[in-house]
Design a protein around this ligand. Structure first.
Ligand code: PFF
Length: 441
């Protein structure tokens, strides 16, 4: 029986962009950039997106479309069952990521409500602290996880994907408006030089921390390393040009992140907040301040957080979908009970984060700077060394560009593994230091 395919090219692009654009762009990107020193981080991040992220995205799309399977089944379909553990690494990463992603999703719902009630207007900094941890954070984490599980259990992805069609342009529009407003603030000049003029000396001096952080962010924001894009491409017809699709996904995702930085930094600089000090709260605090100042800011804020909530849902949905499809396919459990059980466990794993922000970094660094990189490394080694001929053939369907395909396979064979291996080493080293500093020293 023929397997289901996306009805239109738009269906695939919407789902893939819906997965890519999320909290990673609007929440994680600006706060990491702030912590890592501004423009230096932006440069290394953009390099990783273009030179490593784009080729790895193509790796996932090729595996998915060739195998027509989920990321674990794919290796069986491609007659390489020994590589299945690459899919397992991804599933573990997904499990960890969703546990705290859902906590932050819960903050977004609280901010949506607070925009309407005016709760953050008086003191955005204090409001963030009361939002981020405590029993209310646990409750809204439960609500967000419940929404995600409902979507996955009922399979109402159609509705969500259509929402994504409205959401992405609306988010871009609102970010452009907010960035325009930000440009009128007194701190804008300092913010732009911090965000946009990189200093080579700083990049070189901080390379060992910039590299794993920028690589982890590139993978996280593009939903790479855990098989989401494998799964989505498995429903893809053969006439699509994968180069073009991958390019579209990368450009939209990067644009949204870049705009988020243009919004956040002018507000932080104007308020005299050290851009690295806000941590996970930086974005929420600066946006809340913006909405409190703007005319009709409550309504603008509510619309913004609603959009952000949809963006977060379409991403969270793709993560849960991958984990559920592993369990359903591997153990033959029915979809609904599997979804409820997995969502329940992920909810429990996320509770420490909702009670104490320290755990956020503990989960986040492990998943992004180590597991996603490892997942991407394994998938690239597989395609580059075990499956190169077929991969090129697959890529050329619908695109036909021979030179580009050959250039791609050499990048995947040599450049990507070398860079990711080094990144992984730095990521593990950095994580060990982080654990010692946080829990022992
Ligand atoms: N790309 C999403 C974001 O930027 O918010 C997060 C994400 C989704 C990460 C799916 C990983 C993933 F597999």
């Amino acid at each position: 029986m023929a397997r289901e395919t996306w009805a239109t090219r738009l269906g695939f692009i919407l789902a893939a962009v819906g997965s890519a654009v999320g909290l990673g762009n609007i929440w994680r990107f600006p706060f990491l950039t702030g912590e890592a020193g501004g423009a230096a981080f932006l440069v290394v991040y953009l390099l990783f997106v273009a030179v490593i992220g784009l080729p790895v995205l193509l790796v996932e799309l090729v595996i998915g479309r060739r195998s027509n399977r989920n990321p674990i089944g794919a290796f069986e379909a491609l007659e390489a069952p020994n590589w299945k553990f690459a899919g397992v690494v991804g599933a573990v990463a997904g499990f960890i990521i969703l546990s705290y992603y859902s906590v932050v999703g819960g903050w977004v719902i609280q901010y949506l409500i607070a925009s309407l009630t005016g709760a953050y207007a008086a003191n955005p900094g204090e409001y963030f602290l009361s939002t981020a941890s405590g029993l209310n954070a646990v409750a809204f984490h439960a609500l967000f996880m419940g929404l995600v599980a409902t979507v996955v259990a009922l399979g109402i992805r159609d509705g969500l994907e259509r929402a994504a069609k409205v959401m992405v342009p609306s988010i871009v529009f609102l970010l452009v408006v907010l960035a325009g407003y930000g440009s009128t603030l007194s701190g804008a000049g300092a913010a732009y030089s911090y965000y946009l003029s990189p200093d080579v000396g700083t990049i070189v001096a901080n390379a060992t921390s910039l590299i794993p952080d920028a690589a982890g962010q590139a993978f996280f924001t593009l939903s790479l390393g855990m098989g989401v894009m494998v799964t989505y491409a498995s429903y893809l017809g053969e006439d699509r040009n994968l180069f073009r699709d991958a390019g579209t996904i990368v450009v939209i995702d990067t644009l949204v992140a870049f705009l988020a930085g243009l919004v956040v930094f002018p507000f932080l600089f104007t308020q005299g907040v050290e851009p690295g000090s806000g941590g996970a709260g930086a974005v929420f605090i600066s946006l809340a301040t913006a909405f409190a100042e703007l005319p009709a800011g409550g309504v603008v804020g509510a619309v913004f957080f609603f959009m952000l909530g949809i963006a977060a849902l379409t991403s969270a949905f793709s993560i849960l979908e991958v984990v559920v499809s592993y369990v359903v396919d591997t153990y033959g459990v029915a979809r609904k009970p599997a979804t409820v059980a997995i969502a329940g466990i992920i909810f429990l794993v996320g509770i420490p984060t909702a009670l104490d922000l320290t755990y956020l970094d503990t989960y986040d660094l492990l998943a992004n700077n180590i597991l996603l990189i490892l997942g991407g490394l394994l998938l690239s080694l597989f395609v580059g060394w075990r499956y190169a001929g077929e991969a090129i053939e697959e890529l050329r369907k619908g695109s036909g560009d021979a030179t580009l395909s050959v250039a791609w396979i050499w990048i995947v064979r040599l450049l990507v593994p070398a860079v990711l291996l080094y990144t992984l080493y730095l990521g593990i080293e950095g994580y060990a230091e982080f654990l010692v500093e946080t829990y022992i020293a």
